[in-house]
Structure formats: structure tokens, C-alpha cells
Design a protein around this ligand. Structure first.
Ligand code: ATP
Length: 308
């Protein structure tokens, strides 16, 4: 049974805003990336998972329980990091940590203290005057303090400096190694790429692609860029490559004497022996990234079917 199930979830705010027929599952032990730009519907989906919002259609389940019907239990058990943090301004960070510990029935503060240290959090000041970054760290500590088996993190690294972002990514990897189930929403490709096993992309409230991250990482073809030393060599290539149907020419730029080619991994030996005959200035692989894949949908304004 999946740990988090989202089934045909719909919340229509009117004027094409909201989420529409969103379905995906997060299995036990997975780090699942939920990727989309501002306003795509990530927070709305997450708020349903946490039981803060009632679905108009469809439902969300956490460990088999409907989120809306079991909201209090789900909110108590899960580690939740909200996208926008609203903290009681009359408290200090220390008082807030104490309040959350009491709420969760934590008496031994050893683990919490280790998190405070790890994220270099100074909780002594008042929440009213705390910097945004410090508030984010406080929210991280309180999301993880009860060592939850399931974590729902809405844009977890926003507001953190680059060093803290890197630390957080390492922390997520450690949590994964401990067998935690984690859903992370983000619009930052690199952090999703660094941590996630499976990824769904949301656009305008609809899921446009769900895939296993490794399938994308291990593509069966690669793209190479080549610059020839002379115009003569470029022209010879332009002519001779026509007799090599397995070498897919994506672009030819005569002014720079450059070409971009896509080659199936199974044709690599044939390609190397063909290209070795030319006088080249450089030869390099153009890495295909999650960002490229993501932009494919956004640039072309396509649905998944059209994008395939
Ligand atoms: N309570 C609400 N009332 C009306 N419209 C809403 C409400 N909450 C969200 N929306 C709209 O629904 C859409 C999805 O918003 P949502 O906050 O889920 O996006 P997001 O992907 O989390 O974006 P961000 O990265 O900016 O947080 C947006 O168009 C937003 O304006």
C-alpha cells in the first residue's frame, strides 16, 4: 500500500486556478519530487494531503486514512514544513520548540537539540524579530523533531542560504537512508534531481508528467557538440554525415564550424570511428538535465502526450 495516495484530486478556485484531477502515489521509502513553477498547484495539493483543505472531488490518503477525516492524527504524526511559515510572534524560538515538543509528547530533547546544532539555529530570540532564514530553520527543526516516518516538505530550501541548502539536501539523503517516506515540492531542479527517486511535474493545476528519475538520468542516447578546426573540415563533415543515418544531426552552424549530434549508445563505436577522421577543435557531451526535460513541457506549452 502506498504511504501517500492522491486520487483524482480537484479543487477549482475558478478562473482556471486550482488543481484538477491530480493523481499520484508516494510509496514507502521513496523521496518523491513534486515540481512546478509558482502558482502551479503544489501547495494546494500538499494542503489536501495534510488535511487542511477539503477536496471538491477525489481524495488523498495517508497510510490508508482519508486526510480530511483524520486531519488531526495526520498533522500530529507527519513531519510538515509549510511553504509559508506563520509562527506565533509573541513567543521566542525556544518557547515555540517547547510548545511543539509538548504537543507531540516529546520529553527527551536530545534529538531536537542535535537538529538545532546541525542547522545552526539560534532559537533564543523572539519570533517577531527573527530573520526569514532563521524562521525556516526553526520550521525545519520542528518538522523533524519527532523523527517522523513520513515527511511533507513544501519548498523546504526557500529562504536558506546556499550552504544551508546543501546541508539540507545531505540531511534529506540521510533521512532516505533511514527509510523515511518524503514528498518534496520545489521549483528548484537541482534539489529535486539530487534527492528524488520519482518526480511529478505539475503545470496549471494538472499533472503533466510522472516518471522515475533514473529513467531520465540513464537515457539511451546522448548529445554531442563538435567544433571543426577548419571550414574545409566542417564542409566535408556536412557532406559525409549524410551517408550515416544513425548519426542524427540536430544542428549545423557554419559560422562557428560547429554541429550538435544525437547518437544512440549502441551506435557509439560507429560514431567514434567516423568522427576520428576529422580535425576537431573540441568534442563534448551536452548533458541532458531534469531542467531540460521540464522546460520541454513549458517551452512548447504541451501536454504529456504531445511531449512524448
Ligand atoms: N484559497 C485560495 N483561493 C483562491 N485561489 C487560490 C487559493 N489558494 C490557491 N489559489 C490559486 O490556485 C493556484 C495554485 O496555487 P498554489 O499555491 O497551490 O501553487 P504553488 O504551486 O504552491 O505555487 P508557489 O510556488 O507560488 O507556492 C494559484 O493560481 C493560486 O492563485
Amino acid at each position: 500500500m502506498p504511504v501517500i495516495e492522491i486520487e483524482h484530486l480537484t479543487k477549482d478556485y475558478g478562473h482556471h486556478r486550482g488543481i484538477f484531477d491530480v493523481s499520484f502515489n508516494v510509496e514507502k521509502g521513496d523521496v518523491y519530487g513534486f515540481l512546478g513553477p509558482n502558482g502551479a498547484g503544489k501547495t494546494t495539493t500538499i494542503r489536501h494531503i495534510m488535511g487542511f483543505s477539503r477536496p471538491q472531488q477525489g481524495h488523498t490518503l495517508v497510510n490508508g486514512r482519508r486526510s480530511w477525516d483524520h486531519a488531526a492524527d495526520i498533522q500530529k504524526e507527519l513531519g510538515y514544513l509549510p511553504g509559508e511559515i506563520a509562527l506565533p510572534e509573541s513567543l521566542t524560538g525556544t518557547q515555540f520548540i517547547k510548545m511543539m515538543a509538548e504537543l507531540r509528547g516529546i520529553t527527551d530533547m536530545t534529538y531536537t537539540q542535535s537538529l538545532v546544532k546541525k542547522f545552526a539555529l539560534d532559537p533564543s530570540g523572539s519570533l517577531k524579530r527573527m530573520s526569514l532564514g532563521m524562521k525556516r530553520k526553526l520550521a525545519i527543526v520542528t518538522a523533524f523533531m519527532h523523527d517522523p516516518a513520513v515527511l511533507v516538505l513544501d519548498e523546504p530550501t526557500s529562504g536558506l542560504d546556499p550552504m544551508m541548502q546543501a546541508l539540507f539536501i545531505e540531511f534529506i539523503k540521510e533521512q532516505k537512508a533511514k527509510g523515511k517516506t518524503i514528498l518534496i515540492s520545489s521549483h528548484i531542479f537541482s534539489e529535486i534531481d539530487a534527492t528524488c527517486d520519482k518526480i511529478s511535474i505539475i503545470k496549471d493545476g494538472r499533472l503533466i508528467s510522472s516518471f522515475v528519475a533514473d529513467d531520465l538520468r540513464h537515457q539511451e542516447s546522448k548529445t554531442y557538440e563538435i567544433e571543426f578546426k577548419s571550414e574545409v573540415e566542417f564542409q566535408r563533415f556536412e557532406l559525409e554525415v549524410k551517408a550515416e543515418p544513425e548519426l542524427e544531426v540536430l544542428s549545423l552552424t557554419p559560422s562557428k564550424r560547429q554541429t550538435i549530434l544525437r547518437i544512440r549508445d549502441t551506435d557509439i563505436n560507429r560514431f567514434i570511428s567516423f568522427i576520428a577522421d576529422y580535425d576537431m577543435k573540441f568534442f563534448s557531451e551536452i548533458k541532458f538535465t531534469l531542467e531540460d526535460y521540464f522546460m520541454k513541457f513549458y517551452d512548447r506549452n504541451t501536454s504529456l502526450k504531445e511531449g512524448e
